[in-house]
Design a protein around this ligand. Structure first.
Ligand SMILES: [Zn+2]
Length: 562
């Protein structure tokens, strides 16, 4: 048997065609590989789902055979596929079908869009989603149920604020949920009321739970549909891998079905809530368990809230609210509860990703990680802190010492940068979204978006990290410009950085022979154009596992990859 194989190898080597022909060759490209061994190239050859050659046109074209598909890139930029290290993939897909309110620039526009959605929906169906942001309106007042009742007579409505910490319901939703002026605020939540004590329609934090029992969960078919929408959208933006945070198990079942049908065109790493850590521990699943398209073996924990809702947990009070320095999440009360769960996950080899935004929450999570390392030592674990927004000076070095990955979302810097300084003051803002300081300390950065909290488009994230130009146009030279990254550093954080964050740096993250053939062809060279224009750059082709899954000129549907 061994001898036969040996002879076969001899025979292949000795023949006129020394290699199998490539399935796909992209030539005449400006290839940015992300691989220091060969940073630039003209062409890439793919065999099966892997890259087999990277180099000059003449060298790579030696791989051409009669069946090889050839893409002439006409000098356009080819980069590794983008890997979004923090999304809510199913929510994002559902949101694509829901009413879009995030960019509604006035209360009138907000109401108009809800009215349109109501006309499209069957009677009695819930109108959900939204992601509204009243800070974009003038005056920036919370919306009320009186605004939307007249346009939603036949549908219950529950619309989330973009940060997920508040929602607006209409009167019909309140009737179904049994919420009246007499309903007391639940612990940790607020039913917002007017001067007469009547509910306005807004629910905050734990009060959102009051509607849980009446909003029906999505069916399996609805989830599959939502994931298909998300896959198609990700492909159109050059996002070839995502790391999805706190999915429901039902979401993973939908991914799994699509995987089996060969319809999963974005690679997914899923991190369900740490509250269910026992489930993965019982099966013996370890970090990055699975195959190239679907992996699990991570857990997502919550340490605190958000800056927008003033629930991020700081050492010092908010500058504009002296009696409030934020809240630790209920998972952290008591801290021993979180420590026990982390110990359990780590002992089993499961990766821990913890949402922490305020400086004290981050500090406490680093303390907990230190405890875990002391107890277990050895193992390669790659702890992550999700968001890592506001750091205490002393903690940057601790990220590096513990090799904690800063899983950050640069778009939030140019969004929150509009108002963050008023909330936390200049000094703390100087250590906010501090990407440069992280790199200076040798911390691994992974880029993502938190979609659907923010847009999925990687070009917006790179634009944000490079310009730090806030969305209100008030900081054209950058908000805390000393924290700007170069385009090169940003693309690395969005490719190799995110690959490292999911233990996949030897499989993806650069255009390197042997790696998965996930690549994106862009219509502009983001490394040489004015950074202001990066946000408008479009994807010409998205390639996953050697298959073109997006091409705007061919209007490819996600399931008809060629
Ligand atoms: Zn998130």
């Amino acid at each position: 048997m061994r001898l036969a194989l040996f002879l076969l190898i001899i025979a292949v080597t000795a023949s006129a065609q020394p290699k199998p022909a490539a399935d796909l060759i992209i030539s005449n490209a400006k290839v940015w590989t992300g691989d220091d061994a060969q940073p630039k190239a003209e062409a890439v050859a793919v065999l099966g789902d892997r890259i087999v050659a990277v180099g000059s046109n003449s060298v790579v074209l030696l791989w051409r055979g009669p069946q090889t598909k050839l893409i002439d890139a006409h000098g356009k930029l080819l980069v590794p596929g983008f890997n979004d290290a923090h999304v809510h993939f199913t929510d994002g897909g559902r949101q694509l079908d829901n009413v879009q309110l995030n960019d509604a620039s006035s209360a009138d526009e907000f109401v108009r869009r809800i009215a349109e959605q109501a006309k499209r929906m069957p009677k009695g169906a819930w109108i959900l989603g939204g992601d509204w942001d009243e800070t974009k309106w003038n005056p920036p007042n919370l919306p009320t149920k009186e605004m939307i009742d007249p346009v939603t007579p036949d549908n219950p409505v529950l619309l989330s604020r973009y940060d997920g910490h508040s929602a607006l319901a209409n009167s019909q939703a309140f009737r179904l949920a049994g919420i009246t002026a007499q309903t007391p605020d639940p612990p940790g939540g607020t039913i917002v009321r007017d001067a007469q004590g009547n509910p306005t329609g807004d629910l905050k934090d734990a009060a959102l739970g009051l509607t849980d029992k009446v909003v029906p969960p999505p069916s399996h078919d609805q989830l599959v549909h939502a994931v298909k929408r998300a896959l198609e959208y990700a492909a159109s933006l050059g996002v070839t891998s995502v790391q999805t945070m706190n999915p429901e198990y039902a979401d993973i079942a939908a991914f799994s079905e699509l995987l089996q049908n060969g319809e999963l065109t974005t690679r997914i790493y899923a991190a369900p809530l740490i509250t269910g850590v026992d489930d993965q521990v019982k099966i013996g699943i370890r970090h990055a368990f699975g195959g190239p398209y679907l992996r699990i073996g991570a857990v997502k924990a919550f340490a605190d809230g958000s800056l927008g809702s003033r629930t991020a947990y700081f050492f010092e009070p908010f500058s504009d609210e002296p009696n409030n320095h934020g809240l630790l999440s209920d998972e952290m009360q008591p801290l021993s509860l979180m420590r026990d769960r982390m110990m359990k996950a780590d002992a089993a080899g499961i990766q821990i990703c913890t949402h922490a935004i305020g400086d004290q929450a981050i500090s406490i999570v680093l303390d907990l990680y230190t405890d875990v390392v002391k107890a277990h030592r050895g193992a390669e674990r790659r702890f992550r802190i999700e968001h890592a927004q506001h750091m205490a000076e002393k903690d940057f070095a601790r990220f590096a010492q513990l090799d904690v990955i800063a899983s950050v979302q640069p778009y939030q810097a140019i969004d929150d940068g509009r108002w963050a300084e008023a909330r936390i003051g200049h000094d703390r803002a100087s250590r906010t979204y501090a990407f440069r300081t992280f790199l200076n300390h040798g911390v691994h950065l992974a880029f993502g978006t938190d979609w659907d909290v923010a847009p999925l488009n990687p070009m917006l994230g790179i634009y944000a990290a490079v310009t730090r130009a806030t969305l209100d146009g008030k900081n054209p030279n950058g908000w805390f410009p000393e924290q700007k990254l170069t385009v090169d550093e940003s693309v690395r954080a969005y490719t190799m950085g995110s690959a490292y964050a999911e233990f996949q740096e030897s499989e993806k993250g650069s255009i390197t022979p042997g790696k998965l053939a996930d690549m994106v062809l862009l219509n502009e060279d983001i490394f040489s154009i004015d950074p202001i224009k990066i946000r408008d750059v479009k994807v010409l082709k998205t390639i996953v596992g050697g298959k073109v899954i997006w091409d705007p000129t061919r209007k490819l549907p996600y399931s008809n990859a060629y």
